[in-house]
Design a protein around this ligand. Structure first.
Ligand code: SD4
Length: 327
């Protein structure tokens, strides 16, 4: 046999060996999952407003409903709440006084839909779901997203509340353009659910940074940045300064780290470590990640103190403070 053929044969055998090792690792992972007591159904959402999102999602989950419906119904409650000034109706506008919304959703089959820079629609998450279910695309932006929403029967309405308008008018007196996200400046809702069947879905919806440049799109509507799910592994969502999450494709990173065998907690810690390592000036921003896996284990971690999340599991909804990096 020529040495070349020998080499091919040997490397073929070597890669077969690697494949077998990979398959064995996967089998071990599956067996480990089976040994664990799987906590399901389960819902987890970012920030304090996640409590009300979880309540709505739980209504779907407790009757055996689909995780996808749970996350859509859950985040819709926050989109409709004028007191949440980072999401949907009542969200803070951009620096020109226009409210622009970003949202994405992903189901247990890996299907995904999203909208960005959408104006005048109260429930961007439901438009994102229609993009996923009714178009061959993943993402629609701006005017095109609005046109599609109207074709789908969504009603255009003013979503800039008097309170948000007044605050913006105050801000305009100085127009200090500092896209710094502080602890109070947050409430974007990211939500993950594991249903009774064991399926995982996720949703994320926001009005983005207050007084952002018109046309600025953050991480929240970007599949893999603001949210990502893989039904064989788990799901992740992000909140905080979107630019840092986009530069590290945070949610995909968390899910992929779980795929490599990390627990949800270790995976979110590693994703924050990646930001610390790669992004100068990270100290000026807050980032928070949540993750779940198929066994119903959860992870939560942020850069700064102050990130909290709502976890609905074992028939109880709890608001929990996340652990954080900058101690
Ligand atoms: C964004 N990640 O547009 C969003 C903002 C956010 O809590 O999460 N705020 O960058």
């Amino acid at each position: 046999m020529s040495s070349r053929r020998n080499f091919i044969k040997k490397s073929g055998l070597a890669s077969l060996g690697l494949l077998a090792a990979g398959a064995q690792a996967n089998n071990m992972k599956a067996a480990a999952f089976k040994r664990k007591r799987i906590v399901k159904p389960l819902a987890i959402s970012t920030w304090k407003n996640g409590m009300q999102a979880n309540e709505a999602g739980w209504q779907v989950l407790k009757s055996g409903g689909r995780a996808l419906d749970a996350v859509e119904q859950g985040v819709k409650v926050v989109e409709a709440d004028p007191n949440d000034m980072s999401v949907g109706y009542g969200g803070r506008p951009d620096r020109d006084g226009i409210v622009t919304l970003d949202a994405c959703i992903m189901d247990e089959t890996g299907n995904a839909g999203s909208v960005c820079a959408l104006e005048n629609i109260k429930h961007p998450i439901s438009v994102a779901r229609r993009v996923m279910e009714k178009t061959p695309h993943v993402m629609l932006a701006g005017d095109g997203a609005l046109q599609f929403a109207k074709e789908e029967g969504f009603v255009e309405e003013n979503i800039l509340t008097e309170k948000a308008k007044k605050q913006w008018q105050e801000w305009r007196k100085t127009s200090d353009y500092k896209p710094v996200i502080n602890i109070e400046n947050h409430d974007t809702i990211g939500m993950l659910a594991l249903d009774a069947k064991g399926d995982i879905s996720g949703a994320c919806t926001t009005s983005g940074l207050a007084y952002k440049m018109h046309g600025r799109v953050g991480d929240s509507p970007i599949i893999g940045a603001g949210m990502y799910c893989d039904n064989e592994i788990g799901g992740a969502v992000a909140t905080g300064m979107g630019e840092l999450v986009m530069k590290t494709l945070g949610s995909f990173l968390v899910v992929e780290l779980m795929n490599q065998g990390l627990s949800p907690q270790k995976a979110v810690e590693e994703a924050i470590a990646r930001i610390v390592k790669k992004i100068p000036g990270y100290q000026d921003f807050q980032i928070g990640y949540l993750a779940i896996n198929k066994a119903g284990e959860v992870g939560a971690y942020s850069l700064h103190r102050g990130f909290n999340y709502a976890l609905y599991a074992n028939d109880e909804n709890r608001l929990i403070d996340s652990d954080y990096y900058l101690k």
